[in-house]
Design a protein around this ligand. Sequence first.
Ligand code: ATP
Length: 353
Amino acid sequence: LEARLAQKGGPHLRVEKLSKSFGDTRAVDAVELSIAKGEFVTLLGDSGCGKTTLLRMIAGFTSPDTGRIWRQDADVTHMPPADRRMGFVFQSYALFPTKTAAQNIAFAPRMAGKRRAEVAQRVEQLATLVEIDRLLDRYPHELSGGQQQRVALARALAAEPEILLLDEPMSALDARIRAKLRSELRGLVDRLGMTALYVTHDQEEALALSDRVAVMRAGRIEQVGTPGEIYHRPRSRFVAEFIGTSNLMTGTVETGGLRINDLLWPVSVDGAKIGDLVTVLVRPEHLAIEPGGQSGSIAGTVVSATFLGPTRRLTIRCDDGLHILVEEHRRPPPETGPGTVGFMCAPIMPMSC
Ligand code: ATP
């Protein structure tokens, strides 16, 4: 990121020690965040962790108790929302009720004085993108929640803001259109050179969309990193458990492996010394079933299997009673029930918890 920031002349959006409380609730607690020009960053966290409050402060709809917000070199902390050159799509889509979908989308470019033909073409393109081209003459009350959300997204994109702020803009859409729109949104934001800050509680969406993900917990940013960093190198147990499926195991490093309960796992632990007590994160896909139970593998019994389409997630009870999740790609997968399977795992990484 530092290289990108230097190359692009500093952050496009910067939040400095931003805090907001509602009564006794510290909704946002001294948050620091820098976003480079053209970067797509996601705020990810459970309901109530402060994502919306942080976004509303950046947009200018909620005033912070302390801290500053910068758009490049401009301090916009107390600037009215309309002057911030930021576009917003919020969960409550708040379209103009007396305007049709087309008029809603056309609003910002018309206000900006764009030519009628240019505006019409833009409306058409965006409506096709979000699949509402047949609904352009309808008023908001004649549209479903998901359709209104798509109009709201098109309306925000039509304004071509420098910075796009999106708060769960796809929450009312079904999975198929969500996945499609997700990649198209990302492509469009890139093509238009916009900087985007996107709020979601959906980890899959965050990992798929973002250059970087900021994982929030109780008003604070717990970790910021690329999707790969967040997934493979979570800095805390909270992040590891929040993102993806994990096996978190604590054991002592010995010659030849890691002793967890009574079993010696034949793995090397990066950066650990003999005798260290470490907690390691093992993703289910880093474990592989060895049907014959080769030497050097761990033995266990498959107690349940969940069908996930391309893979199956197996719960295996190791001989020492430890339950572990394994994602199995092989066909046919091992049978559930009595019997023993061996499994092996890739080198694992210790984590601070
Ligand atoms: P969600 O995913 O459910 O939208 P969130 O992460 O966006 O949640 P916020 O809406 O920012 O969370 O809320 C953070 C905390 O601040 C919550 O405890 C919430 O109840 C509280 N809060 C937010 N807005 C207000 C308000 N206007 N008055 C009082 N408390 C508020």
